[in-house]
Ligand binder design. Structure first.
Ligand code: HSE
Length: 326
Protein backbone atom coordinates (compact mmCIF):
# COMPACT_ATOMS: atom_id res chain seq x y z
CA UNK A 1 0.00 0.00 0.00
CA UNK A 2 1.29 3.47 -0.83
CA UNK A 3 0.89 5.73 2.21
CA UNK A 4 -0.70 9.17 1.95
CA UNK A 5 1.44 11.01 4.46
CA UNK A 6 4.52 9.71 6.24
CA UNK A 7 6.63 10.80 9.18
CA UNK A 8 10.35 10.06 9.30
CA UNK A 9 12.25 10.23 12.58
CA UNK A 10 15.97 10.62 11.94
CA UNK A 11 18.73 10.45 14.56
CA UNK A 12 21.55 12.95 14.89
CA UNK A 13 25.03 11.58 14.29
CA UNK A 14 28.62 12.15 15.25
CA UNK A 15 31.18 11.63 12.52
CA UNK A 16 34.83 10.59 12.61
CA UNK A 17 34.93 9.48 16.27
CA UNK A 18 38.48 10.83 16.26
CA UNK A 19 40.61 8.83 13.82
CA UNK A 20 37.88 7.62 11.45
CA UNK A 21 37.89 10.77 9.35
CA UNK A 22 35.10 10.52 6.74
CA UNK A 23 34.81 6.82 7.62
CA UNK A 24 33.17 6.28 11.03
CA UNK A 25 29.88 7.55 12.38
CA UNK A 26 27.56 6.89 15.30
CA UNK A 27 23.85 7.68 15.54
CA UNK A 28 22.70 9.52 18.67
CA UNK A 29 19.34 9.59 20.44
CA UNK A 30 18.54 13.15 19.42
CA UNK A 31 16.11 13.51 16.55
CA UNK A 32 14.70 15.49 13.69
CA UNK A 33 11.33 14.80 12.05
CA UNK A 34 10.03 15.24 8.54
CA UNK A 35 6.38 14.78 7.56
CA UNK A 36 5.77 14.41 3.84
CA UNK A 37 2.97 13.74 1.38
CA UNK A 38 2.47 14.14 -2.35
CA UNK A 39 0.44 17.31 -2.95
CA UNK A 40 -1.02 19.46 -5.72
CA UNK A 41 1.28 22.32 -4.88
CA UNK A 42 4.55 22.33 -2.92
CA UNK A 43 4.38 23.71 0.62
CA UNK A 44 7.20 23.61 3.15
CA UNK A 45 6.35 24.36 6.79
CA UNK A 46 9.18 24.83 9.29
CA UNK A 47 8.71 24.54 13.04
CA UNK A 48 11.06 25.69 15.78
CA UNK A 49 13.31 28.69 16.18
CA UNK A 50 16.36 27.18 14.57
CA UNK A 51 14.59 26.44 11.27
CA UNK A 52 13.94 30.15 10.76
CA UNK A 53 15.47 31.42 7.56
CA UNK A 54 15.58 28.05 5.78
CA UNK A 55 13.89 28.12 2.36
CA UNK A 56 10.23 27.20 2.16
CA UNK A 57 10.08 26.97 -1.63
CA UNK A 58 11.41 24.39 -4.05
CA UNK A 59 14.99 25.35 -3.17
CA UNK A 60 14.43 23.61 0.18
CA UNK A 61 16.97 20.79 0.62
CA UNK A 62 14.35 18.22 1.62
CA UNK A 63 12.23 18.97 -1.44
CA UNK A 64 15.24 18.76 -3.73
CA UNK A 65 16.57 15.51 -2.25
CA UNK A 66 13.09 13.95 -2.51
CA UNK A 67 13.09 14.70 -6.25
CA UNK A 68 16.36 12.75 -6.58
CA UNK A 69 14.59 9.71 -5.16
CA UNK A 70 11.71 10.06 -7.62
CA UNK A 71 14.16 10.46 -10.47
CA UNK A 72 16.25 7.43 -9.44
CA UNK A 73 13.09 5.35 -9.15
CA UNK A 74 11.89 6.37 -12.62
CA UNK A 75 9.01 8.41 -11.19
CA UNK A 76 7.89 11.82 -12.40
CA UNK A 77 8.67 14.84 -10.22
CA UNK A 78 6.08 15.26 -7.46
CA UNK A 79 4.84 18.36 -5.68
CA UNK A 80 5.20 17.81 -1.94
CA UNK A 81 3.68 18.98 1.32
CA UNK A 82 6.60 18.94 3.76
CA UNK A 83 6.74 19.81 7.47
CA UNK A 84 9.98 19.76 9.44
CA UNK A 85 11.10 20.07 13.03
CA UNK A 86 14.42 19.17 14.59
CA UNK A 87 16.00 18.98 18.03
CA UNK A 88 19.42 18.61 16.37
CA UNK A 89 21.36 21.87 16.63
CA UNK A 90 22.39 23.27 13.24
CA UNK A 91 26.02 23.70 12.14
CA UNK A 92 27.47 22.26 15.34
CA UNK A 93 28.87 18.92 14.13
CA UNK A 94 25.89 16.72 15.02
CA UNK A 95 24.84 15.84 11.50
CA UNK A 96 21.81 18.13 11.12
CA UNK A 97 22.16 18.44 7.34
CA UNK A 98 22.78 14.71 6.97
CA UNK A 99 19.63 14.05 8.99
CA UNK A 100 17.62 16.29 6.64
CA UNK A 101 19.03 14.47 3.59
CA UNK A 102 18.32 11.05 5.08
CA UNK A 103 14.82 12.07 6.20
CA UNK A 104 14.05 13.34 2.71
CA UNK A 105 15.34 10.15 1.08
CA UNK A 106 13.48 7.80 3.37
CA UNK A 107 10.26 9.86 3.30
CA UNK A 108 10.17 10.23 -0.48
CA UNK A 109 10.97 6.56 -0.95
CA UNK A 110 8.10 5.55 1.35
CA UNK A 111 5.70 7.75 -0.69
CA UNK A 112 6.48 5.71 -3.80
CA UNK A 113 6.09 2.36 -2.09
CA UNK A 114 9.76 1.85 -1.16
CA UNK A 115 11.01 1.34 -4.71
CA UNK A 116 14.63 2.04 -3.72
CA UNK A 117 16.63 -0.13 -1.32
CA UNK A 118 18.49 1.20 1.73
CA UNK A 119 21.68 0.57 -0.22
CA UNK A 120 20.47 2.80 -3.07
CA UNK A 121 19.44 5.55 -0.67
CA UNK A 122 22.89 5.34 0.92
CA UNK A 123 24.50 5.84 -2.50
CA UNK A 124 22.48 9.01 -3.13
CA UNK A 125 23.15 10.33 0.39
CA UNK A 126 26.91 9.73 0.13
CA UNK A 127 27.05 11.32 -3.31
CA UNK A 128 25.37 14.42 -1.90
CA UNK A 129 27.45 14.68 1.28
CA UNK A 130 30.72 13.47 -0.34
CA UNK A 131 31.42 11.41 2.76
CA UNK A 132 29.34 8.58 4.18
CA UNK A 133 29.92 8.96 7.93
CA UNK A 134 27.00 11.14 9.10
CA UNK A 135 24.51 9.92 6.49
CA UNK A 136 25.41 6.26 7.10
CA UNK A 137 24.85 6.59 10.85
CA UNK A 138 21.57 8.53 10.43
CA UNK A 139 20.28 6.06 7.85
CA UNK A 140 21.30 2.76 9.46
CA UNK A 141 21.70 3.68 13.15
CA UNK A 142 24.30 2.31 15.53
CA UNK A 143 27.98 2.65 14.65
CA UNK A 144 28.82 2.64 10.96
CA UNK A 145 32.17 2.04 9.27
CA UNK A 146 32.00 3.15 5.65
CA UNK A 147 33.76 4.41 2.58
CA UNK A 148 32.77 6.58 -0.35
CA UNK A 149 35.19 6.31 -3.28
CA UNK A 150 33.56 8.95 -5.43
CA UNK A 151 31.34 6.39 -7.15
CA UNK A 152 30.19 3.91 -4.59
CA UNK A 153 29.58 3.75 -0.85
CA UNK A 154 29.84 0.62 1.30
CA UNK A 155 29.24 0.22 5.00
CA UNK A 156 29.08 -2.23 7.86
CA UNK A 157 26.94 -1.41 10.87
CA UNK A 158 27.97 -2.34 14.39
CA UNK A 159 25.63 -2.61 17.34
CA UNK A 160 26.69 -0.02 19.94
CA UNK A 161 27.72 -1.52 23.28
CA UNK A 162 24.92 -1.08 25.85
CA UNK A 163 27.32 0.56 28.30
CA UNK A 164 28.26 3.38 25.93
CA UNK A 165 26.99 6.89 26.52
CA UNK A 166 28.02 10.13 24.88
CA UNK A 167 28.42 13.49 26.54
CA UNK A 168 28.38 16.32 24.02
CA UNK A 169 29.49 19.86 24.82
CA UNK A 170 27.95 22.16 22.23
CA UNK A 171 29.53 25.62 21.96
CA UNK A 172 27.17 28.51 21.27
CA UNK A 173 28.97 29.46 18.06
CA UNK A 174 28.44 27.81 14.67
CA UNK A 175 31.18 26.32 12.53
CA UNK A 176 30.44 25.37 8.95
CA UNK A 177 31.75 22.07 7.62
CA UNK A 178 33.12 24.00 4.67
CA UNK A 179 35.25 26.21 6.91
CA UNK A 180 36.39 23.25 9.02
CA UNK A 181 37.40 21.30 5.88
CA UNK A 182 39.13 24.33 4.48
CA UNK A 183 41.48 24.27 7.50
CA UNK A 184 42.82 20.85 6.46
CA UNK A 185 46.05 20.35 4.48
CA UNK A 186 45.96 18.97 0.94
CA UNK A 187 48.62 16.39 1.77
CA UNK A 188 49.62 14.50 4.91
CA UNK A 189 52.70 12.50 5.85
CA UNK A 190 52.88 8.72 5.64
CA UNK A 191 53.41 8.57 9.41
CA UNK A 192 50.19 10.53 10.09
CA UNK A 193 48.28 8.33 7.63
CA UNK A 194 49.57 5.19 9.38
CA UNK A 195 48.78 6.72 12.78
CA UNK A 196 45.14 7.18 11.76
CA UNK A 197 44.63 3.92 10.02
CA UNK A 198 46.04 1.97 12.96
CA UNK A 199 44.02 3.93 15.50
CA UNK A 200 40.80 3.79 13.46
CA UNK A 201 41.21 0.03 12.97
CA UNK A 202 41.79 -0.46 16.69
CA UNK A 203 38.77 1.71 17.51
CA UNK A 204 36.49 -0.36 15.28
CA UNK A 205 37.87 -3.55 16.84
CA UNK A 206 37.29 -2.09 20.32
CA UNK A 207 33.65 -1.27 19.44
CA UNK A 208 33.14 -4.67 17.84
CA UNK A 209 34.49 -6.60 20.82
CA UNK A 210 33.15 -4.35 23.60
CA UNK A 211 36.69 -3.51 24.72
CA UNK A 212 35.78 -0.14 26.25
CA UNK A 213 39.14 0.53 27.98
CA UNK A 214 40.89 0.38 24.58
CA UNK A 215 38.80 3.33 23.35
CA UNK A 216 41.00 5.84 25.17
CA UNK A 217 44.07 4.54 23.32
CA UNK A 218 42.35 4.27 19.97
CA UNK A 219 40.34 7.50 19.81
CA UNK A 220 43.24 9.66 18.68
CA UNK A 221 43.70 11.47 15.43
CA UNK A 222 46.48 13.12 13.44
CA UNK A 223 44.61 13.95 10.22
CA UNK A 224 42.04 16.61 11.08
CA UNK A 225 41.74 17.54 14.75
CA UNK A 226 45.21 19.16 15.04
CA UNK A 227 44.32 21.50 12.16
CA UNK A 228 40.81 22.25 13.38
CA UNK A 229 41.91 23.03 16.95
CA UNK A 230 42.56 26.66 16.00
CA UNK A 231 38.85 27.02 15.14
CA UNK A 232 37.60 25.74 18.51
CA UNK A 233 39.06 27.51 21.56
CA UNK A 234 39.58 25.00 24.40
CA UNK A 235 39.62 21.98 22.09
CA UNK A 236 43.32 21.17 22.57
CA UNK A 237 43.00 21.09 26.36
CA UNK A 238 39.82 19.02 26.16
CA UNK A 239 41.43 16.49 23.80
CA UNK A 240 44.51 16.22 26.01
CA UNK A 241 42.84 15.98 29.43
CA UNK A 242 39.29 14.59 29.10
CA UNK A 243 40.32 10.99 29.77
CA UNK A 244 41.82 12.17 33.11
CA UNK A 245 38.36 13.50 33.96
CA UNK A 246 36.41 10.30 33.32
CA UNK A 247 36.00 10.05 29.51
CA UNK A 248 36.67 6.73 27.80
CA UNK A 249 37.62 8.73 24.74
CA UNK A 250 37.20 12.23 23.34
CA UNK A 251 36.89 13.70 19.88
CA UNK A 252 35.71 16.67 17.90
CA UNK A 253 32.20 15.71 16.77
CA UNK A 254 32.27 15.72 12.97
CA UNK A 255 33.60 19.03 11.72
CA UNK A 256 32.87 20.62 15.12
CA UNK A 257 32.62 22.76 17.12
CA UNK A 258 30.88 20.22 19.43
CA UNK A 259 33.17 17.99 21.48
CA UNK A 260 32.02 14.43 22.11
CA UNK A 261 33.17 12.30 25.02
CA UNK A 262 32.38 8.60 25.14
CA UNK A 263 31.63 7.43 28.65
CA UNK A 264 31.02 4.09 30.36
CA UNK A 265 27.41 4.59 31.53
CA UNK A 266 28.12 2.59 34.68
CA UNK A 267 30.84 5.00 35.78
CA UNK A 268 28.62 6.73 38.37
CA UNK A 269 27.00 10.12 38.72
CA UNK A 270 29.91 11.85 40.46
CA UNK A 271 32.33 10.86 37.71
CA UNK A 272 29.89 12.00 35.01
CA UNK A 273 29.35 15.36 36.67
CA UNK A 274 33.10 15.82 36.99
CA UNK A 275 33.57 15.30 33.26
CA UNK A 276 30.69 17.63 32.43
CA UNK A 277 32.18 20.37 34.63
CA UNK A 278 35.58 19.89 33.02
CA UNK A 279 34.19 20.37 29.50
CA UNK A 280 32.03 23.40 30.35
CA UNK A 281 34.74 25.08 32.44
CA UNK A 282 37.47 24.51 29.86
CA UNK A 283 35.31 26.15 27.22
CA UNK A 284 34.34 28.94 29.62
CA UNK A 285 38.00 29.68 30.37
CA UNK A 286 38.33 30.43 26.66
CA UNK A 287 35.25 32.67 26.66
CA UNK A 288 33.05 30.02 25.02
CA UNK A 289 29.62 29.23 26.41
CA UNK A 290 28.72 25.56 25.89
CA UNK A 291 25.61 23.48 26.58
CA UNK A 292 25.96 19.83 27.47
CA UNK A 293 23.73 16.87 26.64
CA UNK A 294 23.96 13.22 27.65
CA UNK A 295 22.97 11.04 24.71
CA UNK A 296 22.83 7.30 24.22
CA UNK A 297 23.93 5.90 20.86
CA UNK A 298 20.80 5.34 18.77
CA UNK A 299 20.68 1.70 17.62
CA UNK A 300 17.88 2.69 15.25
CA UNK A 301 18.44 4.70 12.11
CA UNK A 302 15.81 6.63 10.16
CA UNK A 303 12.37 5.22 10.97
CA UNK A 304 9.34 5.84 8.79
CA UNK A 305 5.72 5.53 9.84
CA UNK A 306 2.41 6.25 8.16
CA UNK A 307 1.00 9.40 9.73
CA UNK A 308 -2.40 8.93 11.36
CA UNK A 309 -5.04 11.45 12.37
CA UNK A 310 -4.28 10.77 16.02
CA UNK A 311 -0.55 11.54 15.73
CA UNK A 312 0.68 14.79 17.22
CA UNK A 313 1.45 17.48 14.69
CA UNK A 314 5.06 18.62 14.40
CA UNK A 315 3.81 22.02 15.53
CA UNK A 316 2.77 20.58 18.90
CA UNK A 317 5.95 18.56 19.14
CA UNK A 318 8.01 21.68 18.44
CA UNK A 319 6.21 23.37 21.34
CA UNK A 320 7.26 20.52 23.61
CA UNK A 321 3.66 19.33 23.96
CA UNK A 322 4.31 15.66 23.62
CA UNK A 323 6.49 12.77 22.71
CA UNK A 324 6.64 11.75 19.11
CA UNK A 325 5.85 8.29 17.83
CA UNK A 326 7.77 6.95 14.88
N1 HSE B 1 33.78 13.72 8.19
C1 HSE B 1 33.28 15.05 7.99
C2 HSE B 1 34.33 16.06 8.42
C3 HSE B 1 32.04 15.21 8.80
O1 HSE B 1 34.93 15.85 9.47
O2 HSE B 1 34.54 17.05 7.73
C4 HSE B 1 31.41 16.56 8.68
O3 HSE B 1 30.36 16.56 7.81
Amino acid sequence: MIPQRVRVQVPASTANLGPGFDALGMALELYGWIDMSIAEKTVVTLYGEQMKGLPTDKSNLVYQVAQLVFEAAGEPAHELDIAMYSDIPLTRGLGSSASAIVGALVGANALIGGKLSGYELFQIASRLEKHPDNVGASLFGGIVAAFWDGERAEHIRLEPDDRLEALVAIPSFQLSTEKARHALPQQVSMSDAVFNLSHASLLVAAFATGNLPMISQAMKDALHQPYRAALVPGMETILREATEHGALGIALSGAGPTMLALVDGSSGQASKEKLERFLVETFRAEGVQADTMWLKPSPQGAAVSVLRETDLSLELISQGKGEVRA
